[in-house]
Write a protein that binds this ligand. Structure first.
Ligand code: SAM
Length: 214
C-alpha cells in the first residue's frame, strides 16, 4: 500500500490567518476556556531545560512553544518542524522580533519524517497537533526515534469531550485522528516504547509527559 502523503490544512489564506491569530493574546482566552495544558507543558519543560539542550517542536506553527523555549536557551536550539510555509514565515518573523533566530532551526517537512538522526534531541514538545494527524502511531514512533535515551516528551492537545467533539470533529478531514482521550493517548505512548507516561486532563485539553528509557 502506498503511504498517504502528509499534508496540513494550515496553508494559503487559512495558514496566514492561523499564523497571525496563533501568535495573539487571544490564545490566553483559548486556554482559559478550554484548559491550561500548554502553560503546564511550558512549566514542565522549563523545569528540565538546560541552556545547551536541543528541543524538537513538532507542528510548531508560528512558534507558540518554540519562542518561549528558545528564549531560555544559550548554546542550545529549537528544531521547528511544520509543513505550512505560512506558519513558518510567521515563526521566522517572530523569531527575528524576539532576537532568537540564532536558536531556531526550521525544517519544513512532515512530523513523521523529520530527517533527523537517531537520538538527535533531548526534548520533544508539541501543542495542538495530535488531533490533526492522519497517522499518530507513525508520528510518535518518529519522535521516539529522534529522542536521546533518557530524553523527555511533552505533548499538549485537545481532549475528546462533548465540547471539542462539537467544535472540531473532522475539522481536519475524515482521515484526521481527532482529539484523544486520556487512555488512548497513554496507550499510544506506551506502545511506542516510552516510560513514565502520565496523561493529565485539563478541562477540554490534556498534557502527556513521557520519557525514553535511558
Ligand atoms: C493548530 S496548529 C498549532 C501550532 C502551534 N503548535 C501552536 O500551538 O500555535 C497545528 C500545526 O501543525 C502543523 N501540522 C499538521 N499536521 C502536520 C504534519 N503531518 N506534518 C507537519 N506539520 C503538521 C500545521 O501546519 C500547523 O502549523
Amino acid at each position: 500500500m502506498v503511504k498517504e502523503e502528509a499534508r496540513t490544512d494550515w496553508t494559503g489564506k487559512r495558514g496566514k490567518q492561523g499564523a497571525f491569530l496563533m501568535a495573539r493574546p487571544v490564545r490566553r482566552l483559548e486556554e482559559a476556556l478550554l484548559g491550561r495544558s500548554s502553560a503546564a507543558l511550558l512549566k514542565r519543560v522549563f523545569s528540565i531545560l538546560k541552556g545547551d539542550m536541543v528541543v524538537l517542536d513538532v507542528g510548531c506553527g508560528s512558534g507558540y512553544l518554540s519562542l518561549p523555549i528558545a528564549r531560555k536557551l544559550d548554546s542550545g536550539r529549537v528544531i521547528c518542524v511544520d509543513l505550512s510555509e505560512e506558519m513558518l514565515a510567521g515563526l521566522a518573523r517572530r523569531a527575528r522580533a524576539a532576537a532568537v533566530s540564532d536558536r531556531i532551526q526550521v525544517i519544513r517537512t512532515a512530523v513523521d519524517t523529520t530527517g533527523l538522526a537517531d537520538a538527535a534531541v533531548e526534548v520533544v514538545v508539541s501543542n495542538n497537533l495530535l488531533h490533526e494527524l492522519h497517522d499518530p502511531v507513525a508520528a510518535v514512533t518518529e519522535w521516539e526515534r529522534v529522542l536521546k535515551p533518557g530524553g523527555h516528551m511533552a505533548l499538549s492537545d485537545f481532549r475528546t469531550t462533548r465540547l471539542t467533539n462539537l467544535l472540531m470533529s473532522h475539522e481536519h478531514g475524515e482521515e484526521a485522528n481527532d482529539p484523544f482521550d486520556v487512555e488512548g493517548l497513554r496507550t499510544l505512548l506506551q506502545e511506542a516504547g516510552l516510560e513514565n507516561v502520565e496523561v493529565t486532563p485539563y478541562r477540554n485539553k490534556l498534557l502527556a509527559l513521557a520519557d525514553k528509557p535511558a
